[in-house]
Design a protein around this ligand. Structure first.
Ligand code: TYM
Length: 381
């Protein structure tokens, strides 16, 4: 069965089937991003990020509330993260690029959580050194994206648990087994580390408030697969006297195959930030497109950008508004063939990878500067 005909499944650990974002918004109980909200963001930031213009970020919780507090002079923190189980792919960096825009525009401190504990607990075959290694490797990607070292704190769960633990157990005490079982679908065979883990992912949303004793609003940019964590986190917030964290959710960058999100478990249809550029080119040249079976047919009937993985890449990351509109028109009119489109994308991806990998190398010297140090937060009390 092709991914597009499969039943939609969206959990923090699995995304498959054809994603119906409207249905997700309804089922998860989130709000669509309205033109009014976008206008407000534009007013505050001066520019609307393409990911907002294109509704790559499409849904939220309490974004209006957090903007209102900001307009009234209250700063917020940003919180996002990564489960370090392998190399970073181009899908992962979508919410991070957007987070950097928010950090730049709102001058916000970012807490970035590396959940080496989550990935150790989730993957039966992992020993602890595996996710710890990836936590370091993936941090280089974060740093390479240009976050402000003075305003970015990378939390390594296993390293920072000392300072997180007091808060984690307060959260855990207010989350019941029946709630996490219902929200995450845990089974009798699920290890008890996984049952506790949702409390750990909630911690960074409250950490600054907890350490400073002053309630600080928090905005979480991430793809919508992480939403179950925020539901249980929001439930607990008022019980501990914290603000409920707000969220802004993005769509998934699809893989280069037919349907389905880009996923590290399918390396042949994912472009990793550490891929050799020539390998990435090969993956793109074999990508699934919305093309017709013959050139003649395509010239006559045009192709379908809406199912094309190459078009998706251009849309998510590699083309500006004018270019994407032109591409869409020429694709549907049969003026452009898939080979040409793939070559253009491959060139852009290769350029991106070369530049990113250079920055990633340099990030090795900066790594220490980005690590979360509770003293930095406590000294602002
Ligand atoms: P992880 O490592 O699965 O994903 C990291 C971030 O990438 C997003 N994402 C995608 N975005 C667009 N297209 C895709 N194909 C795609 N695949 C993944 C995820 O939504 C996420 O934002 N448990 C988390 C780690 C974590 C976290 C957080 C994430 C801890 N705290 C706070 C977001 C916010 C995880 O394993 O993410």
């Amino acid at each position: 069965m092709s991914a597009n005909n499969e039943e939609m499944v969206v959990t923090p650990w699995e995304v498959r089937g054809k994603i119906d974002y409207e249905k997700l918004t309804r089922e998860f109980g989130t709000q669509p991003l309205t033109p009014e909200l976008l206008e407000r963001i534009q007013k505050l930031t001066g520019t609307l990020h393409p990911q907002l213009e294109r509704r790559i970020f499409f849904s939220h919780r309490d974004l209006d509330w957090i903007l209102q507090r900001y307009e009234a002079g209250e700063k917020f923190i940003l919180y996002t993260g990564r489960g370090p189980s392998g190399p970073v792919h181009i899908g992962h960096i979508i919410p991070w690029i957007f987070t950097k825009y928010l950090q730049d525009k709102f001058g916000a401190t970012l807490y970035f959580q590396m959940t080496d504990d989550e990935k150790f607990l989730y993957h039966d075959d992992f020993n602890l050194s595996e996710p710890k290694k990836w936590a370091y490797e993936n941090s280089l990607d974060i740093i390479a994206l240009g976050f402000d070292p003075k305003k970015t704190k990378i939390i390594m769960d296993t390293k920072n648990m000392g300072v997180m633990y007091d808060l984690a157990i307060q959260i855990a005490k207010r989350m019941t087994y029946s709630t996490v079982k219902a929200v995450f679908g845990f089974q009798e065979s699920t290890n008890i580390g996984m049952l506790f883990y949702p409390a750990v992912q909630a911690v960074p949303a409250f950490l600054e408030s907890f350490l400073t004793g002053k309630n600080v609003p928090c905005l979480i940019p991430a793809a919508i697969d992480q939403d179950p964590y925020w539901r249980v986190t929001r439930d607990v917030a008022p019980k501990l006297g914290f603000y409920k964290p707000a969220q802004i959710h993005c769509r998934f960058v699809p893989g280069l195959g037919r349907g389905g999100k880009m996923s590290a478990s399918m390396p042949e249809t994912s472009v990793f930030t550490v891929d050799n550029p020539d390998v990435a080119e090969k993956k793109i040249m074999s990508a699934f497109t919305g093309g017709r079976s013959t050139v003649e047919e395509q010239r006559r009937m045009g192709a379908n950008p809406d199912i094309c993985s190459v078009y998706s890449y251009d849309y998510f990351l590699f083309m500006d508004q004018k270019e994407i509109e032109n591409l869409r028109y020429n694709c549907m009119a049969g003026n452009i063939m898939c080979g040409e489109c793939k070559r253009t994308l491959a060139e852009r991806v290769k350029k991106f990878l070369v530049e990113h990998q250079e920055r990633r190398e340099k990030a090795k010297d900066q790594f220490e500067k980005f690590l979360f140090d509770p003293k930095d937060v406590q000294s602002t009390i």
